[in-house]
Design a protein around this ligand. Structure first.
Ligand code: PLP
Length: 401
């Protein structure tokens, strides 16, 4: 029987509570559900992606579908390293890149390799829901540090939270769930702060930069990677996310070539892939992505959806976070209890994620990955629930925060 520590059970609770809302909405409304919660892209991947998958299947080279080395196929790793070198201007080689079945596996391997039980990791919040679940599962201590009001890094709060047990910080750039792109300046300030902390506490502090959304920038904003400011950084990537084939689970972790112990750490990550047993991606996907490393799906549809949904939500009276990337809109919940709002919306067959899932109360994450007409309906329903909540005397108090 699976036995989970109390801390882990507590961390899973909001997600499991939402899953119940989701399944009862599907039981009640069936296919009519408007699902703006998880980021499954209803339009599916583009033609070039499907064609690359077909080519990989048709490849009848000897050993094409057999085991690959730990760390992944050298050819694929090399292509990614070349592409990273161009994108970041840092000298990556194939050994810096460890292929994984998506970012989830990469994060688990990185946490297991870098941090030990009792050591502390900083999580600026709101943050992607499973960082805390994975860290807690590994017995690693978590210190949450709320982002500033505008959802950028609160550097003063991070400095105050950094102590002798701090071994790392995990953030997503661009940020999930907010869609905010951290600026070059704030990341340079963060790097300075971490370098000072390393010296003061005489210990290595790692920055895990989850960049699975770095190519989903609908606004045209420039995304600056923390790897360019801080040598003890690792970047996490997901082709699943970038190409809208999330269920195919293919991604990687890359160690910064500027890290003093880059080779040693990369080797340890390969070793970790072996000992964890689930860290190797399928050989089929390792082949398929070779043709897709430079491919960027067009984002004009997402950009139109983002602008339209943001305008409509604002017109209905919602307060929005100024995101520039990802498929998400992060919205202040009109009711202090984000779950209460989500439940009311679900009663109309519309699903969005309550921010309690992301370790922050009082907001909602709306994913613009459903079909166009469903998004329109969902956004309208949000406005209706907002009006209802404001006009019903029993709720007025809950809305006035
Ligand atoms: C910020 C972030 N990190 C990691 C993941 C997991 O990515 P993958 O599907 O490649 O495992 C997601 C997926 O939603 C995400 O949004």
């Amino acid at each position: 029987m699976l036995k989970l520590a109390d801390d882990l059970n507590r961390r899973l609770e909001p997600q499991e509570r939402f899953e119940q809302i989701l399944s009862s909405a599907f039981r009640r409304f069936g296919k009519a559900v408007v699902d703006l919660s998880y980021a499954n892209f209803y339009e599916g991947p583009g033609k070039p992606v499907l064609e690359a998958l077909e080519r990989a299947i048709a490849d009848d080279r000897i050993l094409a579908l057999q085991y690959t080395p730990y760390g992944g196929r050298t050819v694929t790793r090399r292509l990614i390293a070349t592409s990273l070198t161009e994108e970041y201007g840092l000298p990556f080689n194939y050994q810096h890149v460890i292929l994984t079945p998506g970012a989830t596996a990469a994060l688990n391997m990185v946490f297991r390799t870098l941090f030990g039980p009792g050591e502390e990791v900083l999580l600026p919040t709101p943050c992607w829901h499973d960082y805390a679940v994975y860290l807690s599962n590994l017995g690693i201590s978590i210190r949450t540090v709320p982002l500033a009001q505008n959802k950028h890094l609160d550097l003063e709060a991070i400095a105050l939270a950094t102590g002798p047990n701090t071994r790392g910080i995990v953030l997503s750039q661009p940020c999930c769930p907010t869609g905010v792109v951290y600026s070059k300046n704030e990341l340079a300030e963060l790097a300075k702060l971490l370098t000072e902390a390393e010296q003061r506490f005489q210990t290595a502090i790692y920055l895990v930069s989850d960049e699975v959304h770095r190519h989903i920038v609908w606004s045209g904003a420039e995304v600056y990677s923390p790897l360019l400011s801080y040598p003890r950084s690792l970047t996490i990537y997901s082709f699943g996310k970038a190409l809208f084939i999330q269920g195919q689970r293919i991604g990687y972790v890359a160690v910064s070539p500027q890290m003093p112990e880059d080779r040693r750490l990369a080797k340890q990550l390969e070793q970790c892939e072996r000992i964890m047993g689930y860290g190797a991606p399928t050989s089929l996907m390792q082949r398929a992505i070779c043709d897709l490393i430079e491919y960027r799906p067009p984002l004009d549809l997402l950009a139109r959806r983002q602008r339209e949904a943001r305008r409509k939500l604002k017109d209905s009276g919602f307060e929005l976070c100024d995101g520039e990337a990802t498929c998400f809109v992060y919205v202040k919940s009109p009711m202090a209890d984000d779950f209460a709002f989500v439940e009311r919306l679900a009663a109309r067959g519309v699903l969005v994620l309550p921010s309690s899932v992301f370790l922050e109360a009082g907001h909602l994450r709306v994913s613009l990955t459903a079909r166009g007409e469903a998004i329109t309906r969902g956004v309208e329903a949000m406005g209706e629930v907002l009006q209802d909540a404001r006009t019903s005397p029993s709720n007025r108090e809950a809305c006035e925060r």
